[in-house]
Design a protein around this ligand. Structure first.
Ligand code: 6PG
Length: 231
C-alpha cells in the first residue's frame, strides 16, 4: 500500500503562487531553525517566476540560505532561456541575495561533463528543499521520458539532451532528487493535467513518467492541473 499523496489544489493561479511561497517560507524557516542553514534547489521554466517574486518580498533569513539549481539550460547566464536569469530577476536581485550564496550551474561551458562534475562538488549531501516543475510529457528537472539518466545511480549532475528547447541541459539526477529532505512539485494549467495524473496515480514506470520520482513530494496544483486526478 503506497503512502497517501500530499496534494493541495488551489482555487486559481494567484492562490497557487501564494500557497507555494507560503510552503517555501515554512520549509526554509524550519530548515534554518533545525540545522542553522537551508539549501534550496530551484527549477526553471515559466511557472516559478511569480511565486519566487512573492517569496522575494518576504523577510526570510536569507543569510542562512544557499541556492542551487535543479537544472539549467546550456545557454549563457544572461540568455532569456537561462533558469539562473529567471531566478536572478525574480528572487536573487529583489531579495538582495549575497552572490556568494548562489551556486549557478555553468551550462554555457563547452565541456558540459566537466561543468556537471564541478557542480557535483558544490552539492551538499542532502538538499533541504527541492522545487520541481512538470512538463506536459511528464518530465521533471531535465529528466525526460526514456532518458538513460533515469537509471543513473552514481552521478549527481549530468548533461542531458531533451525535446524541450534548448535541448542541451545540466540536470540533477534521480539519487539527488530522491535524497532531498523536502520536495515540492508546483504546476498549473490544463495542459499539465494528464502528466499530473500519470505521475500520481496508476503504475506507469518512472522511465515513461519521470515526474513519478516526486510522487511522495508535496504537490501544489491549480484546479486545471488537478482535473484528471480521482476525486
Ligand atoms: C526547465 C525546468 C523544467 C520545468 C518544466 C515545467 O528547465 O525547463 O526545470 O523541468 O520545470 O518543463 O516548465 P514550465 O513551468 O515552464 O511549464
Amino acid at each position: 500500500m503506497s503512502p497517501p499523496l500530499d496534494v493541495e489544489v488551489c482555487a486559481d493561479l494567484s492562490a497557487l503562487n501564494r500557497s507555494s511561497a507560503d510552503w517555501l517560507e515554512r520549509e526554509i524557516r524550519a530548515a534554518v531553525a533545525a540545522r542553522g542553514s537551508c539549501s534550496v534547489a530551484l527549477s526553471g521554466g515559466r511557472s516559478p517566476r511569480p511565486f519566487l517574486e512573492d517569496l522575494a518580498a518576504r523577510a526570510l533569513p536569507w543569510g542562512q540560505v544557499r541556492f542551487f539549481f535543479v537544472d539549467e539550460r546550456c545557454v549563457p547566464p544572461d540568455d532569456p532561456e537561462s533558469n539562473f536569469r529567471m531566478a536572478r530577476e525574480a528572487l536573487f536581485e529583489p531579495a538582495r541575495i549575497d552572490p556568494s550564496r548562489i551556486h549557478r550551474m555553468e551550462g554555457e561551458r563547452a565541456d558540459r561533463d566537466a561543468a556537471a562534475r564541478d557542480y557535483e562538488a558544490l552539492l551538499p549531501a542532502e538538499l533541504d528543499v527541492v522545487v520541481l516543475g512538470i512538463g506536459e510529457d511528464g518530465h521533471t528537472a531535465s529528466l525526460f521520458p526514456g532518458s538513460p539518466l533515469l537509471d543513473e545511480r552514481v552521478r549527481k549532475v549530468a548533461a542531458a539532451f531533451g525535446p524541450k528547447p534548448p535541448p542541451w541541459r545540466l540536470t540533477l539526477t534521480p539519487p539527488v532528487l530522491l535524497a532531498a529532505r523536502r520536495t515540492v512539485m508546483i504546476t498549473a494549467g490544463k495542459g499539465k493535467a494528464q502528466a499530473v495524473a500519470r505521475a500520481l496515480v496508476g503504475d506507469a514506470p518512472v522511465k515513461d513518467v519521470p515526474a513519478r520520482l516526486a510522487r511522495q513530494a508535496r504537490w501544489i496544483l491549480d484546479r486545471e492541473a488537478a482535473a484528471e486526478l480521482p476525486r
